[in-house]
Design a binder for this molecule. Structure first.
Ligand code: NDP
Length: 296
């Protein structure tokens, strides 16, 4: 029987625990954790993610501050906003919704966020610490995947993990997490990308296959090893006869792959839910540090 790795159920449990922890932190400090979310432009998918993050904040008791900028505001206004939020004591975490529209220097903005408020873990300070195995604020999607694997007791030690996609947001950091020398990692990691020839020959070796490609149903049944664990990070809108005119599919051809494997994440209801729950957990973590509470 294939196990569905139910990100919704696991994230619901995490959010419930966080709600209790946030209430306790409020009682101790008299303060609410605050998360600032910045959206630049009008990308429909980004708007949906920002709404989902706001909803999760509301659910666990984190204050959410939303900042909407238009494309014409430009880099200088965005950087000024970051400076303002870095200095704002009510804001414990700053999330810049990516991707930024064309014309913005994404790295310059990410590097302007104070590392202590960098809830996405994209600042080189945090990414560097992650790389060398020191405690750091970690990117939410990879950290959420690690939690999901842990929840389902899917061991990674000694396993061959193949990651398709080398972005700074997903592919590289999940590779860094899994290759660390500790019992929750210790995997042998291969990262593939668009210049990798014959990807199927590599993905077929994977005990755990992580797809973060951004191409609908890219991973087909002939690309997986029977009995593998499949983590589908992809969120792709494809045209469909629904009210919205589209449906969401992953980077894995779920229907064909599902019968072959031991475990698989659904899309939606898999990694995406874990990403948001992890963002909430990281915001509480930054709050605790900034308000002088011991780390949980
Ligand atoms: P990026 O576009 O930044 O990276 C995609 C990666 O896939 C790149 O490394 C690219 O290679 C590689 N790639 C593209 N085409 C191919 C191909 N034909 N063969 C092999 N590799 C290929 O995407 P992200 O990492 O930001 O996101 C990936 C997916 O995950 C998207 O669907 C996104 O929406 C989703 N996502 C989901 C999240 C969640 O919470 N579930 C969070 C973040 C993203 P190269 O570097 O050579 O160009």
């Amino acid at each position: 029987m294939t196990v569905i790795l139910d990100g919704k159920a696991v994230s619901d449990k995490i959010l419930l625990e966080l709600k209790i922890a946030v209430a306790a932190a409020l009682e101790t400090t008299g303060k609410d954790p605050g998360l600032a979310v910045i959206l630049v432009g009008n990308n429909a998918a980004s708007r949906t993610y920002v709404e989902a993050k706001k909803k999760a904040c509301h659910e666990v008791g984190i204050m959410s501050f939303e900042y909407k900028l238009s494309v014409t505001d430009g880099q200088a206004v965005l950087e000024k906003l970051i400076d303002h939020l870095n200095a704002d004591a009510e804001v414990h975490g700053i999330l810049l919704q990516l991707p930024l529209p064309d014309g913005f220097d994404e790295q310059a903005v990410l590097q302007r966020i104070h590392p202590d408020k960098d809830v996405d873990g994209f600042h080189p300070f945090n990414m560097g610490r992650l790389a060398i195995g020191l405690p750091a604020l970690q990117p939410c999607t990879p950290a959420g995947i690690m939690k999901l694997l842990e929840h389902y007791q899917i061991a990674t030690e000694g396993k061959h993990v193949v990651i398709v996609g080398r972005s700074n947001i997903v592919g590289k950091p999940i590779g860094l997490m899994l290759v660390q020398n500790n019992k929750n990692a210790n995997a042998t990691v291969t990262i593939c990308h668009s210049k990798t020839p014959d990807i199927g020959a590599i993905t077929r070796q994977a005990d755990i296959l992580i797809a973060a490609v951004g191409k609908p149903e890219f991973i087909t049944a002939d690309m997986v090893k029977p009995g593998a664990t499949i983590i589908d990070v992809g969120i792709n809108r494809v045209p469909a006869e629904t009210k919205a005119g589209y449906k969401i599919v992953g980077d894995v051809h779920f229907e064909d792959v599902y019968p072959l494997v031991d475990a698989i994440t659904p899309v939606p209801g898999g990694v995406g839910k874990m990403t948001i729950a992890t963002l909430m957990a990281t915001t509480l973590q930054t709050f605790r540090k900034q308000e002088g509470l011991p780390s949980a």
